[in-house]
Design a protein around this ligand. Structure first.
Ligand SMILES: Cc1cc2nc3c(=O)[nH]c(=O)nc-3n(C[C@H](O)[C@H](O)[C@H](O)COP(=O)(O)OP(=O)(O)OC[C@H]3O[C@@H](n4cnc5c(N)ncnc54)[C@H](O)[C@@H]3O)c2cc1C
Length: 446
C-alpha cells in the first residue's frame, strides 16, 4: 500500500503550525535576526500551542506523535524562519537521546518535565576541535564511584545558553574512539557548567549557539544515557531520527523562496513585459517547484520509515543532503529572479540565503551524508542486476533461436572490454583490447 494522504488530524496540525508561523514568527523574524537574540517568549508560545516536542510518548506525558507530524510542523515553521525552527526543533534533538536510551528511570524523571514544564534541552556531540568525527570526542568522562566527572568543552551547542538540560557525549578514553564514547544527561544549573558567549553567526541568528565548558561536573549514575561503548550508537540513532526533520527545514525555506519569487515574477516588468512571461523565468520556477516537491517526498518517506520502527539511517541521510542542497539552489534561483532587490535586506531572500546555508553543515555535513550513503552502497546494498561478467548481453544472435550457430556453445566474456566469444575455448587474445586468454571468464551456455 502506498498512500500520501494526510489524516484529518495531520492536516489540522499542519494548519495550526502554519497559522502559528504566519502570526507569531513571520512578523518578528527579521527583527530577531538583526538583534541576534533567541525570542524565548515565542518558544514558550510554540510550546503552549503544542508544536514542540510532539514525539514524546503519551506514557511520559507527551503527545505521542510521530516524525511525519514533526516534518509537517517543521516545514511550516521553517518557511517563516529557519532560525526559529532550529530553536524550536532543537529541544527534540536534545530530548531524543533520552527517549531512545535504555535508561527508563531518566525517561520517567525528565520526559514529563520536557513535555509539560517548558524545559528546553540541547544536544552536544561537537567540540571546538571536532564535529564530523564524532568518535574523536575529547570531553573526558572519569568514573568516580558510581558517578562520572565530566571535563571538557562542547561547542556549537544550539540552545545551549537557554536550555535546562543537555545530552552530553563524552569519552572515557579518547584513544579508544567509538569504544569510549558515552552519553549523560547534564543539568545546566549543575556546578562546573559554564555557558560561553553567543557565537556570532552568518544566518539563523535568532537561534542560540554557544560553547559549554564542563569542569569536573559530577553526573550521578542515574543520568547515564549510554555507558562507554554505547554512546556513539546512541548519537547515530538520534541522527537517524532527526535528519529527516532537517530535510523539512530545507523544504520549508525553499517553499518560501519559491512563493516569494512567484509573487515577484508576476509583479516585475522588463522590456515592457512581465518577467513571469519569459520562459527563462518560468523554467526556473518549474525547477524550483520540482525540488521542493522532491525534497518533501524524501523527507516524508524517511520520517515515515522511522515511524514504522525501521532503521531510517540511509533515507535520513539522503533526505538531509538532497533537501538542504536543493533548498540552497532554490533560494539562489529566487534571488536571481529578484535581480538586485534579491541582494538587499529590504526583501526576504537575503535572510533565506544566509539561513539555509547552515542546513548543509549541522547534524552532519553534506559530505558526511554522502559518506554514509556511499558506505551503505558499497557494503550492504543488494543489487538486482547480475554481475557484469554474467550479464546475458548477446548482440551476435537471438538467444531464443535454438537453430542459431552459437546456440548451445560456451560463452566467454572478456572482463576488461566486455567482448563476448562463443566456443569451447576462450581465444588466446581478445580481438578488441588484446588482453590474453586469462582475461576471459566463462559465463554460461548460450
Ligand atoms: C550554527 C550551528 C549550530 C550547531 N548546533 C550543534 C548542536 O546543537 N550540537 C552539536 O553537537 N553540534 C552542533 N553543531 C556542529 C555541527 O554539527 C558541526 O559544525 C558539523 O558536524 C561539522 O563539524 P565541523 O564544523 O567540526 O567541521 P569538520 O568536521 O572539521 O569538517 C570540515 C570540513 O571537512 C569535511 N569533512 C570532514 N571529514 C570528512 C571526510 N571524512 N570526508 C570528506 N569531507 C570531510 C566536512 O564535511 C567539512 O566540509 C552546530 C554547528 C553550527 C554551525
Amino acid at each position: 500500500m502506498l498512500d500520501f494522504t494526510l489524516t484529518p488530524e495531520q492536516i489540522q496540525l499542519q494548519e495550526k503550525a502554519r497559522q502559528f508561523a504566519m502570526e507569531e514568527i513571520l512578523p518578528v523574524a527579521w527583527y530577531y535576526d538583526k538583534i541576534d537574540e533567541t525570542p524565548i517568549p515565542i518558544l514558550r508560545k510554540a510550546f503552549d500551542a503544542g508544536i514542540m516536542n510532539n514525539d514524546i510518548p503519551k506514557k511520559y506525558g507527551g503527545q505521542g506523535l510521530g516524525l511525519v507530524e514533526a516534518a509537517l510542523i517543521t516545514e511550516e515553521i521553517a518557511a517563516a524562519c529557519s532560525g526559529l525552527a532550529t530553536s524550536i526543533f532543537d529541544s527534540s534533538l536534545g530530548m531524543e537521546p533520552i527517549l531512545i536510551s535504555n535508561n527508563e528511570d531518566a525517561k520517567k524523571r525528565y520526559l514529563p518535565k520536557i513535555a509539560n514544564d517548558f524545559k528546553l534541552t540541547s544536544f552536544a556531540t561537537s567540540e571546538p576541535t571536532m564535529g564530523s568525527d564524532v568518535a574523536g570526542i575529547r570531553c573526558k568522562a572519569v568514573p568516580d564511584g558510581d558517578d562520572y566527572l565530566l571535563t571538557g568543552t562542547k561547542y556549537w551547542i544550539t540552545n545551549g545558553g537557554v536550555a535546562d538540560y543537555v545530552a552530553v557525549f563524552a569519552t572515557v578514553d579518547p584513544k579508544s574512539q567509538h569504544a569510549g564514547i558515552c552519553c549523560f544527561l547534564v543539568e545546566t544549573e549543575w556546578e562546573g557548567v559554564t555557558i560561553g558567549r553567543i557565537i556570532p553567526k552568518m544566518g539563523q541568528r535568532c537561534s542560540n549557539t554557544v560553547g559549554i565548558n564542563l569542569k569536573n561536573v559530577r553526573v550521578p549514575k542515574e543520568n547515564i544515557l549510554a555507558p562507554p561503548g554505547e554512546g556513539f550508537i546512541l548519537a547515530m540513532k538520534t541522527f537517524a531520527r532527526t535528519r529527516p526533520i532537517i530535510g523539512s527545514f530545507g523544504v520549508g525555506a525553499a517553499r518560501a523562496a519559491l512563493e516569494f519569487a512567484l509573487d515577484y515574477a508576476k509583479k516585475r516588468k522588463t522590456f515592457g513585459m512581465s518577467i513571469k512571461d519569459y520562459q527563462a523565468i518560468q523554467f526556473k520556477l518549474a525547477e524550483m517547484y520540482q525540488k521542493v516537491e522532491t525534497a518533501r517526498l524524501l523527507t516524508w518517506k524517511s520520517a515515515w520509515e522511522s515511524d514504522q520502527g525501521e532503521d531510517a539511517t540511509i533515507s535520513a541521510s539522503i533526505a538531509k543532503f538532497y533537501a538542504t542542497e536543493s533548498a540552497q539552489e532554490v533560494v539562489d534561483q529566487a534571488l536571481q529572479i529578484f535581480g538586485g532587490f534579491g541582494y538587499t535586506k529590504m526583501f526576504p531572500i537575503e535572510k533565506l540565503y544566509r539561513d539555509v546555508r547552515l542546513l548543509r553543515i549541522y547534524e552532519g555535513t553534506s559530505e558526511v551524508q554522502r559518506i554514509i550513503v556511499a558506505g551503505h552502497l558499497l557494503s550492504n546494498y543488494q543489487s538486482t542486476m547480475p554481475p557484469l561478467e554474467d550479464l546475458p548481453l548477446h548482440r551476435e544472435f537471438d538467444p531464443l533461436d535454438k537453430n542459431a550457430a552459437q546456440a548451445g556453445q560456451k560463452i566467454w566474456r572478456c572482463r576488461i572490454c566486455g567482448h563476448v566469444h562463443y566456443g569451447d575455448e576462450a581465444p588466446d587474445e581478445c580481438p578488441y583490447c588484446f588482453f590474453p586468454k586469462s582475461a576471459f571468464k566463462e559465463a554460461a551456455v548460450a
